[in-house]
Design a protein around this ligand. Structure first.
Ligand code: SF4
Ligand code: SF4
Length: 364
């Protein structure tokens, strides 16, 4: 090759390889997609065929988003156990909200699912990346449709935005169980995970519904440790998913919504409420929050002051002690008694604590 020709090759633009992986065989295609998902950062991956969503309510139906959808790829992303350490010790709360919550939801999962959809679309099939984003959904956290929010664009269609229920998707992709707490439990990490999915028109061989070692044994550790008493033990929800009956506590989402941010309603208007928003004028910090005012959310949604004390930490401790999780650790998670803030007493600061403006020569 002469030098001029070499030079022109070097200067040519470079691009991805299109149509280089044959996804026409469902079994081979499923293997290729799952390997790619792990390579891109998912911690576990499973596949459900669209027939498993046959009974999905219209506002949660993936076929409303992609009528030609044949497969859903579910991915588990672990919440690092270490990201719960600071809240467990009571010294570093933002790490869970950032790295275990908002950062996973808004940065890490989107990167992985977008890159997986690029791999699928490179082969000529359409794929929708869904990290955790359902911010424009037309359904409330209770599952009701908002009135006067949006309207169907064609008669008979769902009203935008449809939301695919991610925990149920993980179950239907064979990735684990839904526990009594309604948290998705994976055999690798228990409740310590978040879920991302990809909808695609490629036909992929589905994985069976999870049938491994029982994860939730109704130990009720989640119920006892939830600071908001959000779980009912009497009222439960029973649904049929993938031919299995699944039951979870009828969680009071409004109680959780308050407690997870550290709110207690005192019933008395406060001059400086814990959360200064309408309806929260009487709010004070609970004994599971060390903050005088609720800190602002990190990555938009991360404000989990309770550090999922019941639904994640207590459940994880229970599952780890039963030896049913694959991600095992050299040391147990809980190493000191559970702390609680006594707001009726003055704080006792540690020696060496130095306040802002205490020393005029100091640096902030
Ligand atoms: S804490 Fe116990 S009852 Fe609650 S979800 Fe976990 S295993 Fe199930
Ligand atoms: S996030 Fe906190 S308040 Fe909500 S259910 Fe879990 S432990 Fe209870």
């Amino acid at each position: 090759m002469n030098n001029k020709k070499k030079e022109s090759l070097n200067l040519a633009i470079m691009t991805r390889d299109f149509n280089s992986v044959d996804l026409s065989d469902p079994r081979e295609a499923a293997l290729a997609v799952k390997r790619k998902a792990l390579e891109l950062g998912a911690d576990a991956v499973g596949i459900g065929n669209i027939e498993r969503w046959a009974d999905a309510p219209i506002q949660l139906d993936p076929k409303q988003i992609m009528p030609e959808c044949k497969s859903i790829i579910g991915m588990v992303f672990r919440v690092d156990r270490g990201s719960l350490r600071g809240v467990e010790e009571g010294t570093y709360f933002s790490n869970y909200s950032a790295m275990g919550y908002g950062g996973l939801t808004y940065v890490y999962m989107p990167m992985t699912v977008i890159n997986l959809t690029k791999f699928i679309e490179d082969q000529g099939y359409e794929a929708i990346p869904m990290g955790h984003q359902s911010d424009w959904r037309a359904v409330t956290i209770k599952g009701d449709t908002y009135e006067k929010y949006s309207r169907p664009v064609r008669p008979g269609q769902a009203t935008p935005d449809v939301m695919v229920h991610l925990r149920i998707a993980a179950f239907l992709c064979g990735l684990g169980e839904i526990g009594f707490s309604k948290m998705f439990l994976s055999p690798q990490f228990g409740p310590r995970c978040r879920v991302g999915i990809v909808l695609t028109d490629v036909e992929l061989e589905p994985d069976p519904i999870y049938d491994g070692p029982q994860l939730c044994n109704r130990c009720m550790a989640c119920v006892r440790a939830c600071p908001g008493q959000a779980f009912s033990t009497e009222k439960t929800v029973k649904v049929k998913l993938g031919g299995r009956e699944v039951e979870w506590s009828d969680i009071d989402v409004l109680k959780c919504n308050d407690a997870f941010r550290g709110i207690v309603h005192s019933g008395v208007p406060q001059s400086e409420p814990y959360l200064n928003t309408p309806g929260n004028e009487d709010s004070v910090p609970g004994d599971w929050s060390p903050f005088y005012q609720r800190p602002y959310p990190v990555y938009k949604t991360g404000q989990a002051i309770c550090g999922s004390r019941g639904c994640t930490r207590a459940c994880m401790i229970s599952l780890e002690s039963r030896g049913v999780l694959q991600n095992t650790f050299k040391q147990k998670f809980r190493r000191r008694p559970v702390w609680s803030v006594d707001w009726s007493k003055e704080p006792e600061y540690a020696p060496g604590t130095k306040f802002k403006n205490q020393d005029k020569d100091g640096v902030d």
